[in-house]
Design a protein. Structure first.
Lengths: 182, 182
DNA sequence: TCATACTGTCTATTATAATAGACAGATCGC
DNA sequence: GCGATCTGTCTATTATAATAGACAGTATGA
């Protein structure tokens, strides 16, 4: 996510066919402020930004979530799946070369005792998966649970989370996250 | 979405077990500022809020999307996965009860000769998956391919597509589609 | 040509966000 | 009891966001 609030706001405003003054009037701010924001000459307070977006109208979450922006590959043989993991955690990404994806789909393999770490992972969006082989301990937002083969999970990725293979054999998971984290 | 940035930030910070000073240090702001923000005595500039969230770390979109309060289900035991398929094609949906999902994650099982049908499936969005067990013939946009265990696929759901189990054993797939088709 | 109405930008002033550093309460060990 | 080290809050100062209003450019029509 770029912090280019200015051009982002400008794009959104124009998308709605509003002039700076028109939006300013609806939002209860001055047109000058909108000009300054759009030029990135000030970093608006979230209060001000909310007022501005209310005039569109659009929520803060939507504003920050919004992304403005040949024959693609369909089949991905096992050996073509890019490994983006580590020694103990193998992460094989489906569709890595695709320019624009809406999801990351991963085939993950955790060796016994593999651990994504104390410092919890966090990223954008949401993710879920199915345990395909073995067992794994998943901790999400302070709550832990051991998942066995066939079990599944789904959560907001912004919650701190951690995977730890507590079994004696490799654990395999197929997971998906949206928007893509890789 | 409440504009109660203060208590929201406080909740997030505490969820990550950080003190005001610790977070301030990581974020490169003063602890006083975080105190003032959390008391809603100032409306932070989005620049400052971003710096603060970077110290957690968390994106602005996540911050404004995150809904504290309700605790959604995270763990889904195998037997709780709703079966929305047929006799020959078992479709087990992860997170069916979740109010708002961005994806459909499915654990699919195709019996030998199971077929999603001549009349090709089409819907919006995109989907992908990994073959977890067995083999399956996938046809997308006129192109066919037999995928074996470990292989994967990813395509735009608007392309006509069809799955057919051409093996002699059950075929299992873990798939995801976005936006959710179920 | 001139007037009117719109566009976005700029500047001086005012309001507010952010800093640095002091302060008080709580906890831990000595 | 005392010092050290946390916790969060508060205040005076500085930096910056936001305002009001002027300004220039463009377009439309009388």
């Amino acid at each position: 996510m770029s912090l280019d609030v200015g051009t982002h706001l400008k794009a959104v405003r124009q998308m709605y066919g509003l002039s700076q003054r028109e939006l300013a009037k609806r939002a209860g701010v001055t047109n000058g402020l909108i000009s300054l924001i759009e030029q990135n000459r000030v970093s608006p307070s979230v209060g001000s930004l909310k007022k501005v977006l209310d005039g569109i109208p659009m929520g803060l979450a939507d504003f920050f979530t919004l992304d403005l922006g040949g024959k693609p590959q369909v089949f991905f043989p096992r050996e073509e799946l890019a490994n983006i993991g580590t020694a103990s955690v193998e992460l094989r990404l489906v569709g890595g070369r695709l320019a624009k994806r809406g999801m990351s789909i991963l085939h993950e393999r955790y060796t016994p005792n593999a651990d994504t770490g104390e410092e919890m992972l966090t990223h954008t969006g949401e993710e879920g998966g199915v345990i395909v082989k073995g067992k794994i301990e998943l901790t999400v937002g302070g709550e832990s649970r051991v998942l066995n083969t066939g079990d599944a999970y789904y959560f907001k990725s912004s919650l701190p989370h951690r995977f730890r293979n507590v079994g004696r054999e490799d654990c395999e998971i197929v997971s998906a996250s949206s928007p893509p984290s890789f």
